[in-house]
Write a protein that binds this ligand. Structure first.
Ligand SMILES: Cc1cc2nc3c(=O)[nH]c(=O)nc-3n(C[C@H](O)[C@H](O)[C@H](O)COP(=O)(O)O)c2cc1C
Length: 345
């Protein structure tokens, strides 16, 4: 095949390699070693940055403060809430706050931790044996709290929840497509801010909120970032923004949580994509399913701390009046849902 023909073909595949020949022995060995090295890359980063071996860094303490605060709120919100529930967590929370807060300045983590401890002490009043030191620790920390935050337990009414949730969700999700044609428009900075405000509401493991959005709408920055992602090659030049969603490895603790950054990151990214859809923007998820060398390139370009794991990128832009999208037929519900399947165990 002529070189021109091959390059033409490559272009038609949007830069994606298409495997044709059966994989030979040497290639199989190379792929296997490559896979192991990439597993090692992920595992070492988790090992190095998480607080699996102890909460020694500030981001570890911040994560544990939010997780313990969550645990106490959870205990108080139970329908048969038990006084004294979570005592060990409350003690640890007060201790962590004493270590974390003195350097914190204005910090929502501190206000959240303190607010929950206050609610916890009120819930358990009079202050039970062993919790006195919490009071003392809190007295010294109070002045450092940041803005007003909502902590403890709140009462909501079913009618209110259901009224607010009464949207035609099926219509909303069916109107979203992966958009790959865009027209020029204003920088969508305000839309991104509002979408992130909405995406914050996504559930996160123990409310640790490990995700961050690195948004690029400046054309020069956007171009440099997008060039490292293969899946936008055919339309990336039309984008008005590119968002890089990351999760902080320093906020994960246990071995079982080793894949949680991708899980929480995925949930966050999809909520963000829906929020952008609600803002009238077209979006296209851009995979970051890359090998370590490529990952390092992007992190270097962005100056991203090694503790931040890139989950996915999202391309955003203004939609034309009329444009084509993939029909992307979905599989039938019967193939996706198993309802009350027989249990073998
Ligand atoms: C994690 C993830 C990564 C994706 N990466 C790309 C990408 O790099 N380029 C692209 O054009 N589409 C990408 N997509 C879009 C999918 O191809 C698309 O969601 C799917 O075909 C269904 O089409 P729809 O989104 O229009 O419903 C990605 C989707 C997901 C969820």
């Amino acid at each position: 095949m002529a070189v021109a023909e091959v390059s033409q073909r490559k272009k038609a595949e949007a830069g994606r390699a298409v495997a044709e020949a059966p994989v030979g022995l040497i290639r199989r060995a190379q792929l296997s070693v490559g896979l192991l090295r990439n597993f090692a890359y992920d595992a070492l980063r988790f090992w190095h940055h998480s607080y699996l071996l102890g909460a020694t860094r500030r981001q570890h303490l911040a994560a544990r403060i939010l997780a313990d605060a969550h645990f106490l709120e959870y205990g108080m919100a139970l329908s048969d809430a038990q006084p004294g529930f979570g005592r060990a967590r409350a003690v640890r929370l007060a201790r962590d706050l004493s270590r974390y807060a003195p350097q914190a300045g204005e910090d929502v983590t501190v206000t959240t931790g303190l607010g929950v401890l206050e609610a916890y002490l009120a819930f358990n009043a009079p202050v039970p044996e062993g919790l006195g030191p919490i009071r003392d620790a809190m007295a010294g920390l109070k002045a450092r709290g940041a803005e007003e935050v909502q902590t403890g337990v709140e009462t909501v009414r079913r009618a209110q929840v259901q009224a607010a949730a009464k949207v035609d969700f099926l219509e909303f999700v069916r109107a979203r497509h992966s958009v790959r044609s865009f027209v020029p428009g204003p920088r969508p900075d305000e839309e991104i801010r509002r979408a992130v405000l909405a995406a914050r509401e996504v559930p996160s493991s123990c409310n640790r909120q490990t995700c961050h959005v690195h948004a690029y709408t400046d054309p020069d920055l956007l171009n440099r970032v997008r060039k490292l992602q293969a899946g936008n090659r055919t339309f990336g030049h039309q984008l008005s923004g590119i968002l890089v969603v990351t999760s902080d490895l320093g906020r994960w603790e246990t071995i079982g949580e080793r894949y949680q950054p991708w899980i929480d990151g995925g949930l966050f990214a999809m909520t963000l994509a829906y929020a952008l859809h609600a803002e009238g923007l077209g979006t296209c998820m851009l995979n970051w399913s890359v090998e370590r060398q490529q990952d390092r390139k992007l992190r270097k370009l962005m100056g991203l701390d090694d503790s931040r794991l890139v989950v996915v990128l999202i391309g955003i832009g203004w939609m034309p009046e009329e444009f084509s999208v993939c029909a992307s037929q979905r599989l039938p519900v019967s193939e996706i849902l198993s309802l009350n399947q027989r249990l073998d165990g």
